[in-house]
Design a protein around this ligand. Structure first.
Ligand code: AMP
Ligand code: MN
Ligand code: MN
Ligand code: MN
Length: 278
């Protein structure tokens, strides 16, 4: 089986490598098929024109933020037509939502007595798409928390003061945009939401009803047991299976292309993509 990684980030969202550096690293790690799935933006794809792919197949993708029953949920869109009106409208709306949200997060943190400097947060985010990790980094440098993980635990994680998620387009709209752009909508890292099995099953039912077709059966650093739980769910719900490292930067979480085993009983999301199956 090919080495396939369909979930990764660059410096354009909250990763650390430029799109070009990410491609170089993917090639060095033996990745054969890669999707760059930055949060709510496809800007990385504009920087690939003069990058040497050496046979690496690129699947245009994105990771959209949304919410479902009050939980922040991520939907990966894969094999998108980046020239489609649908994807242009989607990223324009989501990028604006992210910018508006950044101001709201700043306001809320200041109210919670964190003397943050928004200009500094913008700087940390390279003056592009601001995410919670950029706020986290600033809270650490201000000495308000010991590390990034504590910043999420205290201020930015699910349900905390800086967790603003009402800005995003709703799940159905996200799936429609992806589908209209010729892509496949995939539920990202299903175990990260810490839902009960019943709730996760209900989310998948709503997702499928909206036109969602895939689930990340293999994601990041999850264990083989966890992968097996997701494989069963994938088959049960008749979904396509995707896999991705969710790589953000070297030496943090998962390495690019670090997929271990892919459950044989699952139908891979790339079965339908001729450029991967040649
Ligand atoms: P945002 O896209 O602004 O909602 O930020 C979400 C991102 O924050 C995720 O994609 C992760 O990269 C990062 N993140 C989420 N939870 C944590 C955590 N507990 N510790 C460190 N980073 C996290
Ligand atoms: Mn991220
Ligand atoms: Mn995510
Ligand atoms: Mn991600």
């Amino acid at each position: 089986m090919k080495r396939i990684d369909l979930h990764s980030h660059t410096i354009i969202s909250d990763g650390r490598l430029t799109p070009k550096e990410l491609i170089e690293r993917a090639k060095a790690k033996g990745v054969e098929v890669l999707s760059i799935t930055d949060h709510d933006t496809v800007a990385a794809y504009q920087q690939l024109a003069d990058v040497k792919l050496d046979g690496l197949v690129i699947i245009p993708g994105v990771e959209f933020s949304t919410q479902w029953r009050g939980v922040g949920v991520h939907i990966v869109g894969l094999n998108l037509n980046l020239d489609s009106l649908a994807i242009k409208e989607a990223v324009a709306q989501q990028e604006k939502a992210r910018a508006d949200r950044a101001l709201l997060i700043a306001e809320r943190l200041i109210k919670a007595r964190c003397a943050i400097d928004f200009q500094r947060v913008e700087e940390i985010a390279n003056h592009s798409h601001i995410g919670r990790p950029h706020f986290a980094q600033h809270l650490v440098e201000l000495g308000l928390v010991k590390n990034i993980s504590m910043a999420f635990k205290k201020y930015l994680g699910n349900g905390k003061v800086g967790d603003v998620k009402q800005c995003w387009a709703e799940l159905g709209q996200i799936v429609r945009w992806i589908t209209e752009a010729g892509g496949v909508a995939v539920l990202a890292h299903p175990l990260k939401y810490k839902m009960t099995r019943t709730k996760l099953s209900a989310l998948l039912d709503d997702f499928i009803a909206a036109g969602g077709r895939g689930i990340e059966v293999v994601s990041g650093q999850q264990t083989k047991d966890e992968t097996q739980v997701l494989a069963r769910l994938c088959v049960q719900k008749g979904l396509l299976a995707s896999c991705g490292s969710d790589f953000h930067q070297p030496s943090q979480w998962s390495e690019i292309g670090s997929m271990s085993y892919f459950p044989k009983e699952c139908k891979p999301v790339w079965t339908e993509w001729s450029e991967v199956n040649t």
